[in-house]
Design a protein around this ligand. Structure first.
Ligand code: GLY
Length: 287
């Protein structure tokens, strides 16, 4: 049986990486106590910054987490998208696997491909990858799974990831799932602001640099890996929903709002932005 509920998908992710020698590490708290420039944890890698920088040693070199994340400030801020957007949230869960100087691009791509096609059962012909402009190594590695025309190159805005203005960063490779009609699939729409058919669901960051305050990129002691897959987005894909709000993560809250308001289904549909904001912000405030 393929996982379909949000709980099954989260568990499948952690089980897969545990089977591949990853330490399962608990989510760090949402308030970020370690970094005075960050109010809330905004990525799975936050709790590992010093490990990437080589300032802290752990008993493991591979880890996986289901991290509680809030993106309402600073470099990663999705607040204004919540409501109108079918896929943005303030609070969400980020599933991540990490390598601290252990494996690098090849294994990161292999793990991602095996998990989404083998464990989750995504259709390979609907999968696309993006890479950083000059990342020819990732291009070659992806070609083991995807035809060249389905590996697209983008610049720093889309394919170079950093937690903040300074600290660990590197080129990244994103995975997309096309949910539209295959007969009319238009690759030029991938990464378009108003596109809702190419769903970006997993970001594989190849951590290589420590960005200094003057912008200089200093190589990290060891090339590393930091990935982030939005649980909500994967649940949407596997539950064939038109938005992350129409999944088992949100429908109970939306049903409750409807009952409290005494709205008909038509009224609920008409007021969808408000409903989504209440469900999203209520969840965020709870965590
Ligand atoms: N750290 C990878 C991401 O947040 O996308």
């Amino acid at each position: 049986m393929k996982p379909t509920t949000s709980n099954e998908i989260r568990k499948a992710f952690l089980d897969f990486f545990a089977e591949h020698q990853h330490e399962i590490v608990a989510s760090s708290p949402l308030p970020n106590l370690d970094n005075p420039t960050l109010l809330f944890t905004n990525a799975g890698m936050n709790q590992f910054v010093d490990v990437f920088l080589g300032n802290e040693k752990r008993s493991y070199t591979r880890a996986a987490t289901a991290q509680k994340v809030m993106r309402v400030q600073g470099k990663h801020n999705d607040l204004e998208n919540v409501g109108p957007s079918p896929r943005h949230h303030t609070f969400f869960e980020m599933l991540g696997n990490f390598s601290f100087g252990d494996y690098f691009k090849r294994e990161a791509i292999d793990f991602a491909w095996q998990f989404v096609t083998g464990v989750l059962g995504l259709e390979p012909e609907r999968l696309w990858a993006t890479i950083y402009l000059d990342d020819d190594e990732s291009f070659v590695l992806w070609q083991r799974y995807l035809p060249a025309e389905k590996i697209l190159r983008f610049n720093e805005k889309d394919n170079f990831w950093a937690m903040g203005d300074t600290g660990p960063c590197g080129p990244n490779s994103e995975m997309f799932y096309y949910v539209g009609d295959m007969a009319t699939c238009d690759p030029s729409r991938l990464n378009a602001d108003d596109d809702e058919e190419f769903l970006e669901f997993w970001n594989l960051v190849f951590m290589q640099f420590d960005r200094q305050t003057d912008g200089t990129l200093v190589p990290l002691p060891k090339p590393s890996v930091d990935t982030g897959m939005g649980l909500e987005r994967m649940v949407r894909i596997l539950q064939h929903a038109h938005s992350t709000y129409e999944t088992d993560l949100f429908t109970p809250a939306l049903d409750e709002v409807q009952e409290l308001l005494g709205d008909s289904d038509a009224e609920r549909a008409e007021k969808f932005v408000g409903y989504r904001v209440i469900a999203d912000h209520g969840r965020a405030a709870t965590f």
